[in-house]
Design a protein around this ligand. Structure first.
Ligand SMILES: NC(=O)c1ccc[n+]([C@@H]2O[C@H](COP(=O)([O-])OP(=O)(O)OC[C@H]3O[C@@H](n4cnc5c(N)ncnc54)[C@H](OP(=O)(O)O)[C@@H]3O)[C@@H](O)[C@H]2O)c1
Length: 258
C-alpha cells in the first residue's frame, strides 16, 4: 500500500478537479479511502452533488464546490472555500479536461482551439497558481492529468488536444523546477484509452472492426480502468513518490513506452 498521509494530527487535504465522474471521481474515491480529506469540483452542480453523495459515506469532511476550472474567478472562490473549510491544501490533482471534438485542423474553428487549450492547459496553470499560497506553507504535490495524445500520438484526438496535453507535460517539467525549493513536487500522468462512462458510450457506437483495430494498438489488449489511472495519480501524490518530480508516468497498457 502507498504511504498514507499522517492522519494523527490533521488529514492532508486533496483537491481533485473534474471529479463528478470518470477518472476524477475514481481518484477522489481512492484518495478518500487513503485518509485524505477530499475536495471535489466540476462545472455541473447536479453531477457534482451526486458524486458527493456517493463519496460521503467513506469520505469524512468531504467538500464539493462547482467551479469552471477555466474561470479565474471561480478558481479563486474554490480556493477561498478550501481556506475557510479546511485551512490547508497539500495535494492538487488537475484532472478537469477532455476533448470536445475530433475535427482535423482545417475543420476546426479558432474557438475550438481556444477552448481545448483553456480546458486542458490554462486551467491547470490557473489552479496551480491559486494553490501556491497553500502549498508553499508546508510543501505538497501536484499531479496533472495529461494524455497519451500529448506523449506520442492519438488515433482519436484532434491536434488541439494533443498540443494542449503536450503543453501540459512541458508545463509540468518547468513548474517542477520552479517549485522544488519549496518541496512541492509536480508530476503528470499520461493515460491511454480509459473506459470511463463517456468513453464507453462512444465505444459502443464504433463499428466492430474499428474497435478491434484500436484494441490491437494496445499490447495489453484492453482499455484501462479509471481505478487503474487513479492508482497512478495516488502514487505520484503520495509520500511514496517523495523524490519524484517533473516526471510523466505513462499508464497505457503498453501502447507507448517512453
Ligand atoms: N478517458 C480517457 O480515455 C482519457 C485518456 C487520456 C486522458 N484523459 C484525461 O483524463 C481527464 C479526465 O477524463 P475522463 O475521461 O475521466 O473525463 P469525463 O468522464 O468526461 O469527466 C470529466 C470531468 O471533468 C469535469 N470538467 C470538464 N471540464 C471542466 C471544466 N472546465 N472545469 C471543471 N470541471 C470540468 C466534468 O464535469 P462537468 O462537465 O460537470 O464540468 C467531469 O467531472 C481529462 O483531462 C482527459 O483529457 C482521459
Amino acid at each position: 500500500m502507498h504511504s498514507s498521509p499522517d492522519s494523527a494530527v490533521r488529514p492532508k487535504v486533496a483537491l481533485v478537479t473534474g471529479a463528478s465522474r470518470g477518472i476524477g471521481l475514481a481518484t477522489a474515491r481512492l484518495l478518500a479511502g487513503r485518509g485524505y480529506r477530499v475536495v471535489i469540483s466540476a462545472r455541473g452542480e447536479e453531477g457534482l452533488a451526486e458524486a458527493a453523495d456517493q463519496l460521503r459515506p467513506f469520505a469524512p469532511g468531504l467538500c464539493h464546490c462547482a467551479a469552471d476550472a477555466t474561470d479565474p474567478a471561480a478558481v479563486a472562490r474554490l480556493m477561498g472555500l478550501i481556506q475557510q473549510r479546511c485551512g490547508r491544501l497539500d495535494v492538487l490533482i488537475n484532472n478537469a479536461g477532455g476533448s470536445h471534438h475530433g475535427r482535423p485542423l482545417d475543420a476546426m474553428s479558432p474557438e475550438d482551439w481556444e477552448l481545448t487549450l483553456r480546458q486542458n492547459l490554462t486551467a491547470a496553470s490557473l489552479a496551480c497558481r491559486a494553490a501556491l499560497p497553500f502549498l508553499k506553507v508546508q510543501g505538497g504535490a501536484i499531479v496533472n492529468v495529461a494524455s497519451l495524445a500529448g506523449r506520442q500520438r492519438s488515433l482519436v484526438a484532434a491536434c488541439d488536444y494533443a498540443a494542449a496535453k503536450a503543453g501540459l507535460i512541458g508545463f509540468t517539467r518547468q513548474l517542477a523546477l520552479e517549485l522544488a525549493p519549496w518541496q512541492i513536487r509536480v508530476n503528470a500522468i499520461a493515460p491511454g484509452l480509459t473506459g470511463t462512462e463517456r468513453v464507453d458510450g462512444r465505444w459502443q457506437d464504433l463499428p466492430e472492426d474499428e474497435r478491434r483495430s484500436r484494441l490491437a494498438a494496445i499490447p495489453m489488449g484492453r482499455a484501462g480502468r479509471p481505478s487503474e489511472i487513479a492508482e497512478a495519480i495516488s502514487f505520484l501524490a503520495s509520500d511514496a513518490a517523495s523524490y519524484i518530480t517533473g516526471a510523466t508516468l505513462d499508464v497505457n497498457g503498453g501502447a507507448f513506452m517512453g
